[in-house]
Ligand binder design. Structure first.
Ligand code: 8YV
Length: 308
């Protein structure tokens, strides 16, 4: 094979792979010889896979990393910056779908919808039994960790349910009227549902630990649409098992696709396979933006949506 300018790192969606192959002759990094890898200028990856130092070592001429997804914590952006490699993600286009999914998790875990679906399928309703009473979403107190684009979209949606919104963020926002809470323990103590929408990475690693879960308390719910790394997963499992929180709606996990087996049989958790952005419309928009970033870099030497 001839010279490759664009390389793919990790498993990408088939439509994106097809278009990268067609439009740029892109190939998988794992299939390239050292000689071929030496001419690569752009690496395309996903928010889940990422480009790390070991990939960068194989790509000495790399100039840009184009990542599919808004979260880019799987890419070693510091190492990339040290090597002068620029990075882009796909913000905005997925905000609505991720926020929709978060609201779905809030409603599902509070009202016990998925659990009730299983109840019906097991024939328990037909057998004359009734599921336990759930909790009211309307009027609930919602605490949002990470009031960025997605956190704000979640807040706006939940306002329609007559909820009270407060939030924790690296810094208070001057453009919202929601109450800012400078620490996560206090935020958790004052809410019924703690919704995680913070970026992953070192700054938010295990931000939600046993102390936060205890502050949330036996009537509080956790919803995580962000990254599994934001939560101490062992502490979460223990808190659920010991009834120290009421339930959890989780789209993300610490070591995906692994889900702690202790959670699988529980009706107080809703477990989703990281599907926040997974709609036809949004995944298409993410693929379009990914390809537009590649084209803009190759044609004009700039990224449309650089990170940072
Ligand atoms: C994944 C996501 O990136 O955008 C994000 O940060 O978590 C998701 O959209 C997507 O599944 C790509 O792997």
């Amino acid at each position: 094979m001839g010279e490759s300018t664009v390389v793919m790192v990790g498993r990408l969606r088939p439509e994106l792979v097809a278009r990268l192959e067609q439009e740029h002759g892109a190939r998988e990094l794992s299939q390239l010889t050292a000689n071929e890898a030496a001419s690569v200028r752009v690496a395309v990856t996903s928010g889940v896979w990422g480009v790390r130092a070991e990939h960068l070592d194989r790509l000495p001429a790399l100039e840009a990393i184009v990542s599919f997804g808004v979260g880019y914590d799987a890419t070693d952006v510091d190492e990339a910056a040290r090597r002068g490699v620029v990075v882009s993600n796909t913000p905005d286009v997925l905000t609505d779908c991720v926020a929709d999914a978060a609201v779905g998790l809030v409603i599902d875990v509070m009202r016990g919808l998925s659990a009730a679906d299983r109840f019906v399928r097991r024939g328990e309703w037909a057998a004359g039994r009734t599921p336990p009473l759930a909790r009211r979403v309307t009027g609930a107190r919602i605490g949002i960790v990470g009031l960025g684009r997605i956190g704000l979209a979640i807040a706006r949606r939940l306002e329609a349910f007559g909820t009270t919104i407060s939030y924790h963020n690296r810094r208070a926002r001057s453009d919202v009227s929601y109450a800012y809470v400078p620490d996560v323990v206090s935020l958790a103590r004052g809410c019924d549902v703690l919704v995680l929408a913070a970026a992953g990475g070192d700054a938010s690693r295990q931000l939600v630990d046993a102390a936060v879960l205890d502050a949330l308390g036996p009537h509080g719910f956790l919803v995580n649409i962000a990254r599994g790394s934001v939560v101490d997963e062992d502490a979460l499992v223990a808190a659920l098992q010991e009834g120290r929180i009421a339930g959890a709606g989780l789209d993300v996990f610490a070591a995906e696709p692994h889900v702690p087996s202790a959670l699988l049989g529980r009706d107080d958790v809703v477990l989703l396979p990281h599907l926040g952005s997974a709609t036809v419309e949004t995944r298409r928009a993410m693929a379009d933006l990914t390809l537009a970033n590649v084209a803009a870099y190759l044609d004009e030497g700039r990224l449309l949506t650089p990170v940072g």
